[in-house]
Design a protein around this ligand. Structure first.
Ligand SMILES: CCCCCCCC/C=C\CCCCCCC/C=C/C(=O)SCCNC(=O)CCNC(=O)[C@H](O)C(C)(C)COP(=O)(O)OP(=O)(O)OC[C@H]1O[C@@H](n2cnc3c(N)ncnc32)[C@H](O)[C@@H]1OP(=O)(O)O
Ligand SMILES: Cc1cc2nc3c(=O)[nH]c(=O)nc-3n(C[C@H](O)[C@H](O)[C@H](O)COP(=O)(O)OP(=O)(O)OC[C@H]3O[C@@H](n4cnc5c(N)ncnc54)[C@H](O)[C@@H]3O)c2cc1C
Length: 662
């Protein structure tokens, strides 16, 4: 390995804590870190994983094809049983497709989970092993050209015919064509298709059906089906997001996934699930996973790149006539990066929380106890929206902080950005998800108004909140939490009261709701902000005896919270809760905290523990040898394969010389 750039080494030497120990905390324990590193090391030693053409120097069809090559490699490995632990499989995939969506990504994240959670026991026994062993490859096909958000308006129909005990799948309009499902265009031979189920003329709403799309012999398309790729996108170019059109395609009755609802041979519909949104369960799972696995990890990688590079990059003067400083020593550069780094840590702890909570509550739901489903739906929706937007903005900030080189694909940042920003849209567009959380907040507000006790994430709504902020120079977690509680409770209440007032003035509820929806999305955002602050504080409280790590995490916590207050100053001050003096103090504390955190900046990003291969960045290399590798990168560019490019002979030469050698 090449010698580490002394500018980066000095940062590591000056850190006040052991990065390894912080990595253990982030991974959820030393054993988890060790296992992750083992899986990554095995993958990194495999030329099928790290070899192959250079991602950025391929065309899109080549990128897709190479991703399929990797998919086959992955499936062969998985078939040996070595990834029986889902976490192992996840780490391996992350190393194989760094910041890319695998053509089989939907198979593992949505197709298989839907089969497992929406099938009857017999169906599960039939389909899940086939999918687990990749004998069939599937996707999750829900969104249509005309509707992604409004699931009640999906137009694909599954009409039951009792005589033959079959459903007939049909796409009656142009807008009913399934559009967007990942891996649908070229890769999958099966899909879970979400369609409106019609029995004897009655529409029972969206239900999941398992449908074969292509032959298992030669991959040709099943009669009555038209399927293909939807073309190049802003990102996600290794995956074949597809379209799918049905022309009266017949499937057996048994292909309705019947855990939540059964259709008997004569067409009798029997609902089993207690909650009518049971068919939406896979979306909750993915939203809960996006927080850590998509939003936070994308941001952590961007922070790693930008912080390391900012300690390698020297520019301008700090001391007149002095040497050029590392750009991270400029206060403005710290202001660009350190609050973003703090938010990354904040999101990480919320991500760990929602992942664990999802598995706990889902277990209860599987046992038939659905009491906590509304809480899980609200929190996973809100956190998905809050963290994906924050990460998207943070990644862009990291890119800008890298100056000109940040604009090059060599930085790795454009790819991280385009992959991650899709998470603001898929699995529920962010505003739409904030409004789902807002419904929950409105209900909880009404409960609190009636004097009832609200619980879980909204417990604070029925508490007596402080009228005056008691935040002082010590910035204790409790006073910070109280400030965020106050802000969220006030914004929720204000929006709720406005709905009530508009209704009292004669507006129908739906109109009152729409007229309050901007306020409500801000209230939902404030609620999520509070929740993320709370989970960060909980992590600090639960931490075992690691004083050095506790110190630096406390600084990050305070920076995250103070920066949030300065960014949303009006929310904290306009009702007189926080005084101007307190706000001024908080603003200055942001600057002091940045100075406190600055010496540990590199150690804090090293703790995310990303191998260079996953970062895919010349700027963010662990060894900090940026310039020689930027030069190498440019030399590898396909345009430099020949001294004179073909386009010269085709276009320039005739113009410049009046003749052509072609
Ligand atoms: C180390 C550990 C290993 C872990 C491995 C992890 C591996 C995973 C890693 C990463 C994953 C990343 C993968 C990314 C790939 C994703 C690719 C993208 C896929 C997709 O996009 S699939 C399509 C997704 N589509 C949507 O999300 C559609 C959004 N729309 C909706 O959800 C709904 O239509 C709606 C919620 C907006 C509205 O629905 P509807 O009109 O039917 O309902 P309402 O009338 O508004 O509400 C009625 C009532 O229902 C409640 N409700 C709504 N949804 C749910 C739900 N899901 N569950 C429970 N309850 C729900 C709603 O709140 C209302 O309740 P109240 O009346 O208010 O009580
Ligand atoms: C990269 C990518 C991968 C995807 N993968 C899949 C997949 O594998 N399977 C699949 O089925 N789908 C997939 N999708 C589709 C995705 O789930 C939808 O695009 C997403 O749910 C948003 O729906 P929409 O496109 O209909 O947006 P729209 O709902 O049309 O959003 C447009 C605008 O309208 C606003 N809006 C819509 N409804 C409301 C409302 N009720 N209140 C206020 N504002 C509203 C939105 O906020 C947004 O600003 C994918 C999408 C992308 C981008």
């Amino acid at each position: 390995m090449a010698a580490v750039n002394p500018d980066l080494q000095s940062e590591r030497d000056g850190a006040t804590f052991d990065t390894n120990k912080l990595t253990f905390l982030l991974d959820g324990g030393e054993g988890m870190t060790e296992r992750r590193r083992e899986v990554e090391a095995e993958a990194l030693a495999d030329p099928e994983v790290t070899g192959g053409p250079h991602y950025h120097f391929m065309s899109r069809p080549e990128q897709y094809s190479d991703a399929v090559r990797k998919a086959v490699h992955y499936m062969k490995q998985a078939k040996t049983g070595k990834f029986d632990n889902p976490a192992d499989a996840h780490w391996y995939r992350n190393t194989l497709w760094p910041n890319e969506m695998a053509p089989i990504g939907l198979h593992t994240t949505m197709f298989l989970p839907t089969l497992e959670n929406n099938s009857s026991p017999e169906q599960k026994e039939k389909w899940a092993p086939l999918a687990k062993d990749f004998k069939i490859i599937g996707t999750y096909s829900q969104t249509e050209m005309g509707h992604g958000t409004n699931l009640k308006a999906l137009e694909t129909t599954a009409t039951y015919e009792p005589e033959l005990e079959q459903f007939i799948l049909h796409s009656p309009t142009l807008s009913s064509i399934k559009w967007w499902p990942g891996g649908l265009g070229k890769t999958s031979n099966f899909a879970v298709v979400m369609a409106s189920m019609i029995i004897k003329g009655k529409n029972y709403g969206m239900h999941p059906f398992i449908v074969q799309l292509r032959s298992l012999e030669d991959h040709t398309v099943i009669t009555g089906i038209e399927v293909g790729d939807i073309g190049p996108k802003f990102g996600f170019n290794t995956i074949d997001n597809g379209y799918l059109k049905f022309d009266h395609v017949r499937i057996p009755r048994e292909n309705l996934l019947m855990k939540n609802a059964v259709v008997e041979p004569d067409g009798t519909y029997v609902r089993i699930a207690k909650n009518e949104k049971a068919a939406y369960s896979t979306m909750i799972f993915v939203r809960a996973m996006i927080v850590l696995e998509v939003a936070t990890r994308g941001l952590a990688q961007a922070c790693t790149i930008a912080v390391r590079y900012s300690c390698v990059r020297r520019q301008s003067e700090l001391v007149p006539g002095g040497p050029e400083p590392k750009v991270l020593d400029f206060q403005t550069q710290q202001y660009k990066l350190l609050p973003v780094l703090a938010s990354c840590y904040a999101y990480w702890f919320s991500g760990l929380f929602i992942r664990m909570t999802y598995f706990q509550i889902n277990y209860e739901i599987q046992q038939g106890n659905i009491d906590l489903l509304p809480e899980l739906h609200a929190v996973s929706s809100g956190l998905k929206a809050f963290t994906s937007y924050g990460s998207m903005a943070g990644i862009e900030q990291c890119r800008l902080a890298c100056g000109g080189h940040g604009f090059s694909q060599a930085s790795g940042l454009p790819k991280i950005y385009t992959t991650m920003t899709a998470g603001c849209t898929y699995e529920g567009e962010n505003s739409v998800l904030y409004l789902q959380m807002a419904r929950y907040l409105m209900k909880s507000f009404l409960q609190a108004e009636k004097g009832e006790t609200t619980t879980n994430s909204v417990a604070y709504l029925s508490k007596k909140n402080l009228d005056k902020c008691v935040l002082g120079a010590t910035l204790s977690p409790d006073t910070i939490i109280a400030a965020y509680e106050h802000r969220a409770a006030r914004l929720v209440r204000k929006a709720g009261l406005r709905v009530n007032a508009l209704e009292a003035a004669g507006k129908p509820y739906h109109e009152a709701w729409n007229l309050t929806s901007v306020q409500f999305t801000k209230a939902a955002e404030a609620h999520c902000h509070y929740f993320v602050v709370l989970k960060f504080a909980d992590t600090l409280e639960e931490m075992e005896d690691e004083a050095e790590i506790h110190n630096v995490l406390l600084q990050l916590f305070q920076l995250y919270a103070c920066y949030g207050i300065t960014n949303y100053a009006a929310d904290f001050t306009e009702d007189g809760f926080m005084s101007q003096e307190q706000l001024d103090m908080v603003r200055l504390r942001v600057l002091d905290l940045m100075a406190d955190i600055r010496p540990n900046a590199v150690a804090l990003v090293d703790s995310f523990d990303y191998p260079d291969h996953i970062l895919g960045s010349v700027l963010g290399r662990y060894d900090g040898n940026v310039y020689e590798n930027l030069y190498k990168w440019a030399k590898d560019s396909p345009l430099n394969k020949t001294e004179v490019h073909d386009s010269y002979y085709k276009y320039l030469q005739p113009m410049i010389t009046g003749k052509s050698n072609l």
